[in-house]
Structures are given as structure tokens and as C-alpha cells.
Design a protein around this ligand. Structure first.
Ligand code: CA
Length: 508
């Protein structure tokens, strides 16, 4: 059994949709969450200036937690920054005025917690903005040939080391792995680490439930060992303040590398190899190879848990840096639904990128991947302006309002998936084991938690399939939830499960 914050397990009684049938679902409220990634600027504008803001997120929490059913949000950077995306911070203890105030932030956290929605925020530690007062002080001191402790906050050098560095004075260069406006911090400097410890304390004191760690492979470029050592320190610093805080790292890399990073003790790393157009989820859909998908995913989970017993996989289809999934799923509603079923019914903490649940598209230049959330095509309330540089639009896409009223919509498919996860807490928390059904088009696996097992079956083929439950020792089970992407429903008898094309069923 996983030890991932099991000690803090609390049970919340929740009357779910099955209450109509007289059943009650016990909702488990622990560190396992279905996260929703929000780009605040493009989400919901509460005050009419065209820019999404924290009050707007607060206003739409009902959508996030009731309509969709997510129980965690990841806010992309909210700290002051000169850029529209805010991945270059000028003050680690403030809110960007475009997004609101610290008071707005506190109100958002309080409202989220009232709904049992956890809030994690983006923490960008690899670099600051070149407009950060630390960098400003350092550069001024270098020009004047004076001493300043801030010089040691960055990696200045005389002579040009080449790529990844930029000239700043007549004599000095500084490390900037991304762009010249993002100078890399010297994370070896004890003063910088003290600053970081103070920053995480500041936000944890304000009630955040954890952090999404940006660009962890760039902390010490080219040195996974040093990155892992730094993350080990950071994990300790955060958990010393709040043992149940959640950390998820962006190690944009291959599976072998990501697996190593779990050695830091960080709870999750985004599962890049399964994401995007070229990832394993889309490959499974394209090839119809369900059994291979289940076997690989079970092996992956066992692998990361062997490195960190508390590891929680963080599957996703796409994020703010990638072409949106509806595009690479060919705007095919059935495929969009099936892709969602594959990653949301797997163990760990999945991340849904805002707008993915309504099939938003966007690709190419980054601003296109971060377009305004489509709440409605008719009601302009809260609508934000596109980020600068965006050239694509979401014209014609059915908005969230319309999709909520359509039982067959993608949004309702996501909602149903997350409801199934509430009813079957084993899915997120348990040990996954692949089941070989003899049909390569079926992804089948068990997930076992606290001595209870559930069984997930995905039919990735274009036709109806039958599974012999006797041969799998699964006779007498019942269907706890199902999702059929093209109508119909699974049928179960004592010894046989029949799945319509491109559908999923959870047995228990
Ligand atoms: Ca606004």
C-alpha cells in the first residue's frame, strides 16, 4: 500500500449523483487530486479590463469543482512579472497587479478550501526576471566595481562561456539558459537557498497546498545529480513546514531521466513521455494497442514507486507549452473522450489543462496554446483578450455553457470520469497491475488500495469486444462506472463483460 500521505487521510461524506439511487459515496480527501491547470490571464476576467484575474478564478471555482469535478488547481505564475506569461518573477512575495492583490489570493485560497479544492502555485526558481531588484543591484555593483551580496545570487563570469550566457557589462557575462531577460539563479549560494526557504514559507503561510516547480532540469544545466540534490533539499524545506504539501516538478525529459528525479523525494513529475502528439497515450489510440499501454503504464508506475515509495504519477495530455490535445486528436470527439479516459482512469494525480475539457485547440506560437477560455459563444461575461502574439482563435467551438447542457459533450465526459474516480478512490491511490485479456485492443488493469481492488477495462478497438471474466478470475463483479464514447453501454453477466467500441468500464 502506498504511504503517500495516508497518515493525513480524512474522509468527507459526499452525496454524489448516485445518492438519487439511495447510495452514498465516501469521498476521500487526501493528497491525491485531479488537478486543473489555469493560466489566470486567459481564464476569467472579473473586472472588465480584458485580463483574467484571481477574483475571476474565485468566481469560476464552481465550474472547476462542481461542473468539472476537479479538486485541485495549479495556478501558472501569479507573482509580479514584466511578461504576459509571468515566468520571470520580479517579486516572489507579491501578486502581479494585473491579477489582483494578496487579498484576492487569500480569498481564492479560502474559497477553494471551502470546496476542498487544493491550490498549488507555479514556483519559478531557475531564474528571476532581469528586472528583479536582486539582479538590478548585482549589475549596478558590477558596473561600479563595488561589492554586493546579490552578485553571488547569479552566475556572473568574466570571459564569454558561450551559449546560455549573455554580456551584461564591459567585462561580465551572466548565465541565462532561456532568454537574456531570465538570469539563472546561483542555487548553490546559501543566501539564495535562505531566500527560497523564506519564499515557500511565505506562500505556505498563506495557505497554498504546494508548488509546481518550473524547469527543474535547468537548475544546474547538464547535471541531473546536482538538480536531484537541490530538489531533495527543497522537498525537505517545504515538507518541514507542511508535511502534506504537494510538489510536482517539470522535468521535461525522457522516462529514464524522470524516473531518476523521483529519487529527490518530490511527490510527482509530469509524465512527458505519455503526453503530447507523440506520446504513449496517442500512440495507444492510433495503434489500438491497449494491452501494450496497460503493461507499459503498470511497469512505469512500479518503476517510479521503486525509486520513491510515495511517488504519484502526473499524467497529462498537453500543457501551456504544447499544441493542445484536441488538435492532435484530430478534433475527433470520440478520440478526445478516449484519450481523457486513458489518462484520468490511471493511478496518480492527473493534470487537465484549462479548456482541454471543452476541446479547445491552439498550436504553433506559445500564445496560441494559451487562448482565452471559451465560457460561451454568446455571453461575453468574463471573456479575456488573447495573449499578445496569438494568431489563432477558438471561433465556433461550443462553449462550456453549451457543453454543460449537452449530455454527449466532451465536458460531460470529463465530469463523468472524475465522478467515477470519486466513487473508486483506488484508481488514483493504488498499485496498478496489468491484466492480459488475450485481446491486444483492450487495456485492462487492476488497481489495489487498502486491500480493495478495482478493475479498469478500455476497449480501444472500433468494434464491440467480449471479455471472458472466468478466465481472469473476475466473475461476480459489477460495473461501478463506464464511459462509452459512441453510445451504448457495457453489459456484464456473471462470466462475461461486453464493451462497445471505444469505451471504458470500471468493475469492482
Ligand atoms: Ca481583469
Amino acid at each position: 500500500m502506498k504511504r503517500f500521505r495516508a497518515c493525513l487521510l480524512a474522509l468527507v461524506l459526499l452525496l454524489s449523483s448516485c445518492a438519487e439511487k439511495g447510495e452514498e459515496t465516501i469521498r476521500v480527501s487526501d493528497g491525491y487530486r485531479n488537478y486543473y491547470e489555469i493560466f489566470v490571464r486567459s481564464f476569467y476576467d472579473s473586472d472588465g479590463d480584458g485580463l483574467g484575474d484571481l477574483a475571476g478564478v474565485t468566481e469560476k471555482l464552481g465550474y472547476v469543482s462542481d461542473s468539472l469535478g476537479a479538486d485541485g488547481i495549479w495556478l501558472m505564475p501569479v507573482m509580479p512579472s514584466p511578461s504576459y506569461h509571468k515566468y520571470d518573477v520580479t517579486d516572489y512575495r507579491e501578486i502581479d497587479p494585473q491579477y489582483g492583490t494578496l487579498g484576492d489570493f487569500d480569498a481564492l485560497v479560502a474559497a477553494a478550501h471551502a470546496r476542498d479544492v487544493r491550490v498549488i502555485i507555479d514556483l519559478v526558481l531557475n531564474h528571476t526576471s532581469s528586472s528583479h531588484p536582486w539582479f538590478d543591484s548585482a549589475v549596478k555593483a558590477l558596473w561600479k566595481n563595488e561589492e554586493s551580496k546579490y552578485i553571488g545570487y547569479y552566475n556572473f563570469t568574466t570571459g564569454n562561456p558561450g551559449a546560455g550566457y549573455n554580456r551584461i557589462t564591459d567585462k561580465y557575462f551572466y548565465e541565462c539558459r532561456f532568454v537574456s531577460t531570465m538570469p539563472d539563479l546561483n542555487l548553490d549560494n546559501p543566501d539564495v537557498r535562505e531566500e527560497i526557504a523564506g519564499i515557500v514559507q511565505f506562500w505556505l503561510d498563506r495557505g497554498v497546498d504546494g508548488f509546481r516547480l518550473d524547469a527543474v532540469t535547468s537548475f544546474y544545466t547538464g547535471s541531473p545529480e546536482k538538480n536531484i540534490a537541490f530538489l531533495t533539499w527543497l522537498n525537505g524545506a517545504v515538507k518541514a513546514i507542511r508535511p502534506d504539501a504537494y510538489l510536482v516538478g517539470e522535468a521535461w525529459s525522457d522516462g529514464g531521466t524522470i524516473s531518476r528525479y523521483y529519487g529527490s523525494g518530490i511527490d510527482s513529475f509530469f509524465n512527458f513521455p505519455y503526453s503530447q502528439a507523440t506520446g504513449r497515450i496517442v500512440a495507444a489510440l492510433n495503434s489500438g494497442s491497449g494491452s501494450g499501454f496497460a503493461a507499459e503504464l503498470a511497469e512505469w508506475n512500479a518503476g517510479i514507486e521503486s525509486v520513491n515509495a510515495g511517488a504519484a504519477d502526473a499524467l497529462f495530455l498537453s500543457n501551456h507549452d504544447h499544441a493542445r490535445s484536441a488538435g492532435f486528436l484530430m478534433r475527433d470527439l470520440q478520440r478526445e473522450k478516449m484519450a481523457a479516459s486513458l489518462y484520468l482512469l490511471a493511478p496518480g494525480n492527473p493534470f487537465i489543462y484549462y479548456g482541454e475539457e471543452i476541446g479547445m485547440t491552439g498550436s504553433g506560437a506559445d500564445p496560441n496554446k494559451r487562448l482565452p477560455m471559451v465560457w460561451s459563444q454568446t455571453d461575453p461575461d468574463g471573456k479575456t483578450v488573447p495573449p499578445p502574439g496569438a494568431t489563432q482563435s477558438t471561433e465556433g467551438l461550443a462553449g462550456a455553457d453549451k457543453q454543460l447542457r449537452d449530455n454527449g459533450s466532451l465536458l460531460n465526459h470529463y465530469r463523468e470520469l472524475l465522478e467515477i474516480k470519486v466513487k473508486n478512490p483506488e484508481i488514483a491511490r493504488g498499485e496498478m497491475e496489468a491484466i492480459e485479456t488475450g485481446n491486444s485492443g483492450i487495456a485492462a488493469y487492476s488497481v489495489t488500495w487498502e486491500g480493495r481492488s478495482i478493475y479498469v477495462f478500455h476497449n480501444l478497438t472500433a468494434g464491440k469486444v467480449e471479455v471472458d471474466l472466468t478466465g481472469l478470475n473476475l466473475t461476480g463483479r459489477s460495473v461501478s462506472g463506464y464511459l462509452a464514447t459512441a453510445g451504448g453501454k457495457p453489459r456484464i453477466s456473471t462470466d462475461r463483460l461486453t464493451l462497445p467500441q471505444m469505451s471504458s468500464a470500471v468493475l469492482r
